[in-house]
Design a protein around this ligand. Structure first.
Ligand code: PMP
Length: 413
C-alpha cells in the first residue's frame, strides 16, 4: 500500500455517506465528514508509523490553558460543583457573558442573561442557531470560502446553503452587492464569520453596518460567528452587536476555545432574542442538557477575572503575532505581496491550479514529500487554495511554512 491513496482526501471531503444511505436516515443524507478532522487522522496515522509530521492543519493554539482558569475548575471539583446545572448554564456565567456582550455592542444594546445560552462549544451554538432558525425551503447565504461546518449545519436543518463568493482581493470578504446578487426569494438568513476562517480577514464596523442594514431590509437573520473575535492583530474586531439595531434579528455566537486556549473545555454560547434563546434551550434540553459544569466554572473565571485574563490574552496574542510574522516572512519568497491576516491564525494561499481536486492532491503530495499537513481549499468551498495554520509552536511554524514555501516554489517553477 502506498503511504496515502491520492483519492482518499478527495473522498473524505466529498459527501462520504452517499454510498451507504440505504442504511441511514434521510437526516444524514448528503452530510460530509469534517475535512480538517480527516487530515488530523492522516497526520496521526503518519506519526504512528514513525514520521515526524508538522501539522499546519490544526485549528487550535499550542498554549496551555492559563493557570487561573484551570485552578477555577479544580476548585469547582473540590467544592463538589459537579452536578447538572440549568440547561442554559449557570447564572453567573450567563450574566458575565451578557455583560461582555453589552460592552461589545458599544452601548447600543442592553443584554439580559435570558438572551444567553451556554453550549458545549460554539459548534453546538451554531448548530442550534441553524436548527432553530432555518428549515425546509429556506436558503441560507454563506460567504465563501467558509468553515465547512456552516453548510453541513444548514443541511442538517434541511435548509439549503447558498455559497456567496467573497472577493479574494479583500481577504475573501463579501459585501452587500455580492449578497444581493446571490439572494433568492427563499433567502432567510446568512452566516457571517469575522475574523474569518480560513482567510483571517476581519470585517470593519462600516462593512458590518452595511450588511446588517441589508439583512434588516430583507428580513434575513444574521448568525454571526465571533469565536475568533478576540484574536485580532490590528485593533479590535467589531462584533455584529455594535453594528445592528438593538432589536435586530441577529444571533451572535462566541466561546472560550480559541481566545483562552480552552479548545478541549467545550464552552460556547449564543446571544439571541429571548424567544430564539428559549427555543434553543428547549432543543438543547433534549440533546446535551447543560454544558459541562466544571468547564462552566472555568469559563466564568476566564471571562470575569478581567485583570488575569487580559495579561494571558495579551501574551497569547503577542506570541501569535510573532508566529504570523514568521509564517508571512517564509511565504514572502513565493508571495512577496501576501497580506498579513488581520485575525484568527490561518493563512489562505493560492496553489496556482484551480482544477477540480487540485487542492486535495496538493495536500497529499505535501504530506507525502515534506511531512507537512495543511487543509485543501475544496473543504472550504474554494478550489485552488490551501489553508495553513500558524497556531503551532514557533519552531513548527518556521519550519512548516519554510517547507510549504519550498514546495510551492518547486511546483510553480
Ligand atoms: N467557528 C469556526 C469558524 C471555527 O473555526 C471553529 C473551530 N474550528 C468553531 C466555530 C467551533 O469552535 P468550538 O466549538 O471549539 O467553540
Amino acid at each position: 500500500m502506498t503511504f496515502l491513496d491520492m483519492n482518499e482526501i478527495s473522498d473524505s471531503v466529498r459527501r462520504v455517506f452517499s454510498a451507504t444511505t440505504t442504511a441511514l436516515s434521510a437526516n444524514i443524507d448528503g452530510i460530509a465528514r469534517s475535512a480538517t478532522l480527516a487530515i488530523l487522522e492522516r497526520v496521526q496515522s503518519a506519526r504512528a508509523s514513525g514520521r515526524h509530521v508538522i501539522d499546519l492543519g490544526i485549528g487550535e493554539p499550542s498554549f496551555a490553558t492559563p493557570r487561573f482558569i484551570s485552578e477555577a475548575a479544580e476548585r469547582a471539583i473540590a467544592e463538589g460543583r459537579t452536578r447538572y446545572t440549568a440547561v442554559e448554564g449557570i447564572v453567573a456565567l450567563r450574566e458575565a457573558i451578557a455583560a461582555e456582550a453589552q460592552e461589545l455592542s458599544a452601548g447600543r444594546r442592553l443584554v439580559d442573561k435570558s438572551e444567553v445560552v451556554v453550549t458545549s462549544g460554539s459548534k453546538q451554538a451554531l448548530f442550534e442557531s441553524c436548527f432553530v432558525l432555518f428549515g425546509p425551503g429556506d436558503d441560507v447565504l454563506i460567504p465563501s470560502p467558509a468553515w465547512p461546518s456552516y453548510a453541513e449545519m444548514v443541511r442538517l436543518a434541511r435548509a439549503t446553503p447558498v455559497a456567496v463568493a467573497g472577493d479574494h482581493t479583500r481577504g475573501w470578504k463579501v459585501d452587500v452587492h455580492s449578497l444581493r446578487a446571490s439572494a433568492t426569494p427563499r433567502t432567510r438568513g446568512l452566516i457571517l464569520g469575522s475574523p474569518m476562517n480560513p482567510s483571517g480577514a476581519v470585517y470593519d464596523i462600516d462593512e458590518l453596518r452595511a450588511i446588517a442594514a441589508l439583512a434588516a431590509e430583507r428580513g434575513w437573520w444574521i448568525i454571526s460567528d465571533e469565536i475568533y473575535r478576540p484574536l485580532s492583530y490590528d485593533g479590535d474586531a467589531p462584533s455584529i452587536l455594535a453594528a445592528c439595531a438593538p432589536d435586530a434579528e441577529v444571533v451572535s455566537v462566541g466561546g472560550v476555545a480559541k481566545a483562552y486556549a480552552m479548545t478541549g473545555w467545550r464552552i460556547g454560547w449564543v446571544i439571541a432574542p429571548r424567544m430564539i434563546a428559549s427555543a434553543m434551550i428547549g432543543l438543547q434540553s433534549h440533546i446535551t442538557s447543560n454544558a459541562t459544569t466544571i468547564s462552566q466554572y472555568a469559563a466564568l473565571a476566564a471571562i470575569s477575572s478581567k485583570a488575569e485574563a487580559e495579561v494571558a490574552q495579551r501574551e497569547m496574542l503577542a506570541a501569535l503575532r510573532v508566529r504570523r510574522d514568521l509564517a508571512v516572512s517564509a511565504l514572502a519568497r513565493v508571495y512577496p505581496d501576501y497580506v498579513k491576516p488581520a485575525g484568527a491564525f490561518y493563512c489562505f494561499l493560492p496553489i496556482g491550479d484551480r482544477t477540480a481536486g487540485a487542492s486535495a492532491d496538493f495536500v497529499l503530495s505535501l504530506l507525502h514529500e515534506c511531512d507537512v499537513a495543511v487543509v485543501p481549499g475544496s473543504a472550504f468551498g474554494t478550489e485552488g487554495w490551501v489553508r495553513a495554520s500558524f497556531a503551532g509552536s514557533d519552531d513548527d511554524v518556521r519550519s512548516g511554512f519554510g517547507s510549504l514555501a519550498d514546495f510551492l516554489q518547486t511546483r510553480n517553477g
